[in-house]
Design a binder for this molecule. Structure first.
Ligand SMILES: O=P(O)(O)OC[C@H]1O[C@](O)(CO)[C@@H](O)[C@@H]1O
Length: 528
């Protein structure tokens, strides 16, 4: 296509939302009119499905649940007045709690105010709060946030060490919808131990965000934690950023919740249109379908040209991949669906993997995120008439053009600046694009059966570890791996047994190993 035709295509496909000041450009996705025509019926169904979902249909058939994250920013849409009241009440509770923490009305024992937050959670109970904190935290927030999102002992130690003496004025926010996720439980127990080691009362500094009657809620209530906030079962983990899950951390950091919600609500309204060309979520879903042939054949590379949006791709990774990465479709056919998502930020990544994007395997499409406003205040000139921000903008344009010239597609999302309203709008945009795309490919976007398999396998390794230790305790002489496996009737699990003893040995847990470590069958294992 020559430059004039491309410019025309740009104008034909440009979406601009005056209310939000938001642009979406899909002109560099090389679909033609025939493809768009072919997709019309699929989209008509996707729009109807979306309407049913927002009306309270059981959109997650496996778990027999409604899917209501869209009601969070417009409670009037909730299917019953009870749900509407619950949403309003939860938001008020968050705002009241945060303002009492800020004023010092809620404070730690023996100190006037909380200074820090330790937010413990994983997956949807961490990625949204992390993304929003990185994007929107003010320069001098009322509380500094730290995250613990893994069961890695070194990671936990580093976080606690970084907080240092301020642990006594740290508010711990434990977030788990199910209330039973082991990594989060471990993070909570590790934090509790760290507080107790310093003679600090944990319960007086802890709040829980969790589902009704979960293990975590029961602990929080019986140990009399500072507060508990309810999580609704109709909000999935990866779409929970605009529920209490994301809002409490945000409010505590002084981020304007109402603007976040307002931006999402505005994007929701825009993306309710049953018209492809004027519905940006539909334009994204169309582009994803085109790029990957409706089968995820191409990866989505997300490149925000703004440091504060660095975590957007990581946030989207869960939203997109946990929602769309499914073995079966809604009719039970094996389909192995999904779209792989990765990326960090531009122009930084240009000096890392963009070489491959320009010239290597053409198995991706890029989504550029462009932010029009460079900075508060004025910029110096780094060259005559040119600022750092001009460079960033030029590098984005240059990369977009260079990859297009090599027949690689891209989408460009342009926002005026990174503020709560725009972040809310971006979250809503992608949530809705995922909902529409899931409908196009006929999958349930709201369950995650694949994750359960990994969790069960981990639990069985830990059960095996107990058996291994028992076998070693019972033995009067060092045992070979095969003997341990025989003793506990687990010969099929010999490799797992080897890894368990090696891990226990490395951590001075009383396991001694002798022999040649390069030849596992030569090893003799005993318990001290
Ligand atoms: O909030 P929870 O229940 O601790 O779950 C954390 C994460 O674990 C998953 O259930 C599975 O990875 C995610 O969907 C979820 O965001």
């Amino acid at each position: 296509m020559d430059n004039a035709a491309l410019w025309q295509r740009y104008q034909d496909w440009l979406y601009y939302d005056q209310n939000l000041g938001f642009y979406l450009d899909v002109s560099r996705m090389r679909f033609d009119d025939a493809f768009v025509e072919k997709m019309r019926n699929k989209f008509a169904k996707a729009f109807r499905d979306m309407e049913a979902l927002e009306g309270g249909a059981i959109a997650n058939p496996d778990e027999d649940r409604m899917v209501g994250h869209y009601w969070l920013r417009d409670p009037d849409l909730a299917p019953t007045s009870e749900l509407k009241q619950e949403i309003i009440h939860a938001l008020e509770k968050v705002e009241t709690f945060a303002s009492k923490v800020h004023s010092g009305e809620i404070h730690p024992p023996d100190a006037e105010k909380f200074t820090d937050i330790l937010s413990i959670g994983i997956g949807g109970s961490a990625l949204g709060p992390q993304f929003v904190a990185q994007a929107l935290v003010p320069v001098n927030p009322p509380l500094n946030i730290h995250f613990s999102d893994n069961t890695d002992p070194t990671g936990i130690d580093k976080t606690i060490a970084k907080i240092g003496d301020r642990l006594k004025t740290t508010l711990v926010v434990v977030i788990s919808k199910s209330g039973g996720t082991p990594e989060t439980r471990n993070g909570m127990l590790e934090a509790k131990a760290a507080f107790e080691a310093r003679n600090l009362n944990f319960s007086a500094r802890a709040v829980a965000i969790t589902g009704y009657d979960s293990k975590l809620e029961n602990i929080a209530k019986s140990d009399r934690w500072l507060a508990t906030f309810p999580m609704h079962d109709w909000v999935g983990g990866r779409t929970s950023e605009l529920s209490v899950v994301g809002l409490l951390d945000a409010a505590l950091q002084g981020i304007n919740l109402r603007e976040l919600l307002e931006g999402a609500k505005a994007m929701d309204a825009t993306t309710r249109r049953h018209d492809l060309k004027t519905n940006p979520a539909a334009l994204l879903a169309l582009s994803w379908y085109y790029a990957g042939n409706g089968k995820g054949d191409k990866d989505m590379v997300v490149l925000p040209y703004k440091d504060s949006l660095l975590l957007f791709s990581r946030y989207l990774q869960q939203l997109v991949m946990e929602s769309l990465g499914k073995e079966k479709d809604l009719d039970g056919n094996i389909v192995h669906q999904g779209i792989a998502v990765y990326g960090n930020k531009g122009s930084t990544d240009q000096h890392a993997y963009v070489q491959q994007l320009r010239e290597g395997v053409p198995n991706f499409f890029i989504t550029f995120i462009e932010v029009l406003h460079d900075r508060e205040g004025t910029s110096i000139e780094v060259e005559p008439g040119v600022t750092s921000g001009d460079y960033l903008s030029g590098l984005l344009q240059g990369t977009r053009q260079a990859i297009y010239e090599n027949q690689r597609d891209s989408i460009t999302v342009t926002i005026p600046e990174v503020n709560p309203r725009m972040v809310g709008a971006l979250i809503a945009l992608y949530e809705r694009a995922v909902t529409l795309y899931a409908s196009l490919i006929n999958i349930n976007a709201y369950h995650q059966p694949g994750v359960e398999a990994g969790k069960k396998a981990a639990a069985s390794v830990l059960a095996l570890q107990n058996k291994v230790v028992d076998a070693l305790k019972r033995s009067t002489k060092p045992l070979a791996l095969v003997e341990i496996a025989d003793n506990i009737d687990a010969i099929a699990k010999i490799e797992a047994i080897y890894k368990i003893v090696r891990h226990l040995h490395s951590n001075h847990r009383g396991v001694q190993i002798e022999g040649n470590f390069a030849v596992p069958s030569s090893l003799k294992i005993s318990l001290q």
